[in-house]
Design a protein around this ligand. Structure first.
Ligand SMILES: *Cc1c(COP(=O)(O)O)cnc(C)c1O
Length: 398
């Protein structure tokens, strides 16, 4: 079993001082007792010196809190951005942005977008708010050019996509958007701020479901957005505080704690995923493997240009149908059959009946989300154990 690989095989570049920033940005020892960790400030309100004269900038926690402010400064730094707003979930960050659109305006959204984003757009933006949403395959940036009108307000990018792991050329799409004064949003959840920096590629807003890699231990639901433009930040902050989806302060503490090991975790998971995907590709019981970090991925060149590594999400097709796939899932001992991703433990799921079950079957088939497709989120366990577990379970599909 090949488990020895060169770091340059799975990591193409490394962001400067990532862990130093994750551990230290805005996390100075507190001045009264010298506590090394940022305290959990549970106060919802703040005493004022006189009417309209708060001690510092905080007056009410939905609008600002010292623990949350420290976390936001840190996330902004990791995304190479000036501003950050945090949320109770990734979906809260998503709706905060979408709700800045007005009746009659239009959103162009990548066709292979996260189910919750699609649900919000279809059921609220389109049905209730009179916003037009066009789901377009923007892996070809020419399709963006063809679709834009003077009403287009936002281009919504997610890359790598879920679960087919297609790659959108962020720089190319953002260039087209800029020429037309359209806002670009990148959902950076799958790549993480460690492997991809949308602001460097011209994106106006980067969002993360912190529930995934940022939290990394499957115990916090959380979201963030980052941007550089102050006017845009003010507009988004107004939307955020009005809608009220702010995170709990204890969750902010947990995310700050998890960010300190983001680099270590993502590096190890990416290394594991690369080795795992290579083994899977050579297994005769597997029909096809989709992994952005393998040369067999149709957009691997773009992955190397845009990302610092292939990430830790892999999709593959089992030889056979739903029956064989079910047998595989029953036989696995280390992989947990569950939705979600980005935690230290490896998870596996069948998108057609789980995460993507609500998508109409013809759309699913068109995207390649068939009943023998499985998606794995590779964790940081010993990779030989993961490979053995999968190889043994694959035998049971026969
Ligand atoms: C999970 C996820 C979201 C939504 O995040 P929640 O924290 O579950 O609300 C958004 N985008 C992507 C790509 C996700 O995987």
């Amino acid at each position: 079993m090949i488990t020895q690989v060169q770091e340059t095989d799975y990591l193409y570049s490394i962001p400067k001082s990532f862990s130093t920033r994750a551990i230290h940005t805005a996390q100075h020892a507190e001045p009264i007792h010298g506590s090394v960790n940022v305290p959990i400030h549970l106060s919802t309100t703040y005493k004022q010196r006189g009417p309209g004269q708060p001690y510092s900038t905080f007056d009410y926690t939905r609008c600002g809190n010292p623990t949350r402010a420290a976390l936001e400064e840190c996330i902004a730094d990791l995304e190479n951005s000036k501003h950050c707003i945090t949320f109770s979930s990734g979906c809260a960050a998503i709706s905060c942005i979408i709700n800045t659109c007005k009746n009659g305006e239009q959103i162009i959204c990548c066709d292979d977008v996260y189910g919750g984003t699609q649900r919000y757009m279809r059921n609220f933006s389109v049905k209730n708010h009179g916003i037009e949403v066009l789901f377009v395959d923007i892996t070809d940036p020419e399709n963006v050019v063809k679709t834009i009108t003077e009403r287009t307000k936002i281009i919504w990018i997610e890359t790598p996509t879920n679960p087919t792991l297609k790659i959108v050329d962020i720089a190319a799409v953002c260039k087209i958007a800029k020429e037309n004064k359209i806002l670009t949003v990148v959902d950076n959840t799958f790549a993480t701020p460690y492997l991809q920096t949308p602001s460097n590629l011209g994106a106006d807003i980067s969002i993360n479901s912190g529930t995934k890699y940022m939290g990394g231990h499957d115990d916090v639901v959380f979201g963030s957005l980052t941007c550089n433009d102050k006017e845009l930040y003010d507009k988004l902050f107004f939307s955020a505080k009005s809608q009220g989806g702010c995170p709990s302060i204890f969750d902010c503490y947990l995310i700050m704690r998890s960010l300190k090991t983001l680099e270590l975790r993502v590096k190890q998971a990416t290394k594991n995923a690369y080795i795992f995907a290579k083994h899977l590709e050579s297994n005769p019981l597997v029909q096809k493997v989709i992994y952005p970090g393998l040369p067999s991925h149709p957009q691997h060149e773009l992955v190397r240009r845009q990302q610092r590594g292939g990430g830790a999400m892999i999709s593959f097709y089992v030889k056979g149908g739903f029956e064989e796939t079910s047998k595989l899932l029953k036989a696995l001992k280390i992989f947990t059959l569950a939705e979600s991703l980005g935690g230290v433990e490896s998870l596996i799921e069948v998108p057609s009946v789980m995460t993507h079950g609500s998508i109409p079957v013809d759309v699913r088939n068109q995207l390649g989300i068939t009943d023998n497709m499985v998606r794995v989120s590779i964790g940081i366990e010993n990779v030989e154990d993961l490979i053995n577990d999968m190889e043994e379970a694959l035998k049971s599909t026969q």
